[in-house]
Ligand binder design. Structure first.
Ligand code: NAP
Ligand code: MG
Length: 499
């Protein structure tokens, strides 16, 4: 339906949607052990759309047992990779077949525009899972170049029980970057979605079962970070935690691991990415459009958002006008309206956080050039205008801290060396971009930027084939690409004496 659907079509589809709120453990939908639930609120209008199982330690215990039993049985971990491939391809296919329902769940749950959930989030998730499915029966292990009196086989084996703890900004997409490689490698998975966004995770658990993923291999425990998330982080029988979320919570997972079983931890955390525009950028209109999308897409709730716009002094005024012209056309609207480019913030808390940063920017003396207010408050939902600050000093709070909202901080620089210095001057290192027509400058700046992903004459481009993850306090370990498999496998060497 999505190609021609109208706001009314999506509204009526939403009204007839049946939403699942139970946990998915050991192949079954279940209430939480305590019977507790929490309200799932739609930020579109502030209304409760589902009651969701509030899983805690006893549910995590059950999920870990189910995951462990499945893993040790070999039903999935010892299945031929070509067979796992077929099951995972079917899973990806079912996600695509249910695209409209899943996109609608995502939009209702977190307020992102339906035009993007239908073409970015859901197909992107299916593509990620399919990509790892396709890869897994094409990877070979190694024989070491030892003395001929031995044969040393170096093999990759799955790590076992993997817990994936994920954020709310791209709920299914971020999860799929973990589901794909974790399951393709033969592990059992326990997924903990963010409390703000449990709905698609719970629905795809059913699709996984329908695709033929054996019971216990894919479990979903919705609940709060402090209870369900912490229980996973501290569990003695979880072998690996793969986390995407804030730097603050990422550090907690390191602590949990150190205080429990030394499980391996990989962290995809926050960012404050610099988008550097030099005066010789090849196309200022294209650069301005990319800069605006780099901060306003997904309401700015993007870990690699280009939240610091670094512009060379001589073109700053002209360039900022162009960015704002694009931004003005992205005023927040009803996420179910296919025309809407910017939707609702995920919840009230996040909205207040963003408004607090806007206030901090004003107080620090940055110049508010556009936006700065909440919008559409009569809807009962949570919306913030696309907001642009000029005359920001890189030392200000709005230049140093991750806002995770549609707030752009503009900073000027003199030359490339100055841009590199400012660009690297935060605790983060997730992504960065440089716009220039000079190939030498492009390479020099890209090489000097401390970030896991650097774009030249682009922003937020890429796909499943390239690694994604950060330097410094943006974390370590990489999602996407074949490198992600390193996180979910361990090396075993078997030395065979044939002397
Ligand atoms: P968050 O608060 O760190 O939460 C992430 C996950 O951790 C959620 O499932 C959360 O559960 C859980 N959690 C929270 N407190 C916990 C605790 N004490 N112990 C164990 N688990 C806990 O992040 P968020 O607010 O959902 O998402 C925004 C952040 O994610 C931003 O910093 C953003 O940059 C980052 N992010 C990074 C990437 C990347 O790939 N680098 C991608 C997307 C987002 P609750 O829901 O209960 O809090
Ligand atoms: Mg949170």
């Amino acid at each position: 339906m999505s190609a021609t659907a109208t706001l009314d079509d999506w509204k009526s589809r939403a009204a007839s949607l049946s939403i699942r709120g139970q946990a998915f453990i050991g192949g079954k939908s279940e209430a939480s052990e305590t019977g507790k639930t929490f309200d799932c609120v739609s930020p579109i209008d502030g209304k409760v759309i589902a009651k969701v199982a509030a899983c805690e330690a006893p549910d995590v215990e059950k999920a870990v047992r189910a995951a462990r039993a499945a893993f040790e049985s070999g039903v999935w971990s010892n299945m031929a990779p070509a067979k796992r491939k077929r099951v995972l391809l079917k899973f990806a296919d079912l996600i695509l077949k249910n695209r409209d329902e899943l996109a609608l769940l995502e939009t209702l749950d977190v307020g992102k525009p339906i035009r993007f959930s239908t073409v970015v989030d859901i197909p992107g998730a299916a593509a990620a899972i399919a990509w790892y499915a396709e890869a897994i029966d094409k990877l070979y292990d190694e024989i070491a170049p030892t003395d001929p009196s031995a044969i040393a086989m170096i093999m990759r084996e799955p790590v076992g029980v993997v817990a994936a703890v994920v954020p709310w900004n791209f709920p299914l997409l971020m999860a799929s970057w973990k589901i794909g490689p974790v399951l393709a490698a033969g592990n059992s998975l326990i997924l903990k979605p963010a409390e703000q966004s449990p709905l698609t995770a719970l629905r795809v658990a059913e699709l996984a079962a329908e695709a033929g993923i054996p019971e216990g291999v894919f479990n979903v425990v919705p609940g709060f970070g402090e209870t369900a998330g912490q229980a996973l982080g501290r569990h003695m029988d979880v072998d690996c935690v793969t986390f995407t979320g804030s730097t603050e919570v990422g550090k907690l997972f390191l602590k949990y691991a150190g205080e429990s079983n030394m499980k391996r931890v990989s962290l995809e955390c926050g960012g404050k990415s610099p988008n550097i525009v030099l005066a010789d950028a090849p196309n200022l209109d294209a650069a301005a459009k990319a800069a605006a999308f780099g901060i306003f897409f997904n309401q700015g709730e993007v870990c690699n958002a280009g939240s610091r716009l670094l512009v060379q002094e001589s073109i700053k005024d002209e360039f900022l006008e162009k960015v704002m012209a694009v931004g003005k056309r992205m005023q927040p609207g009803n996420p179910l309206d296919p025309a809407t480019m910017m939707g609702a913030m995920v919840d009230r808390t996040q909205t207040e956080r963003v408004m607090g940063y806007i206030e901090a920017g004003r107080k620090a003396g940055a110049e508010l050039k556009m936006g700065g207010k909440q919008a559409n408050t009569e809807s009962g939902g949570f919306y913030v205008e696309p907001t642009v600050f000029d005359k920001v000093d890189n030392g200000m709070k709005i230049a140093q801290e991750e806002i995770f909202g549609p707030v752009l901080s503009t900073i000027t620089f003199k030359d490339a060396a100055d841009a590199i210095r400012i660009g690297n001057d935060t605790i983060y290192g997730l992504a960065a971009a440089v716009w220039t027509r000079d190939i030498t400058t492009a390479h020099k700046v890209a090489r000097a930027l401390k970030a896991g992903l650097v774009w030249v004459n682009a922003y937020d481009a890429g796909d499943i084939t390239i690694p994604f993850g950060g330097y410094k306090q943006s974390g370590f370990g990489r999602d996407r690409s074949l490198h992600a498999l390193e996180k979910y496998t361990q090396l075993k060497t078997t030395w065979i004496n044939i002397g």
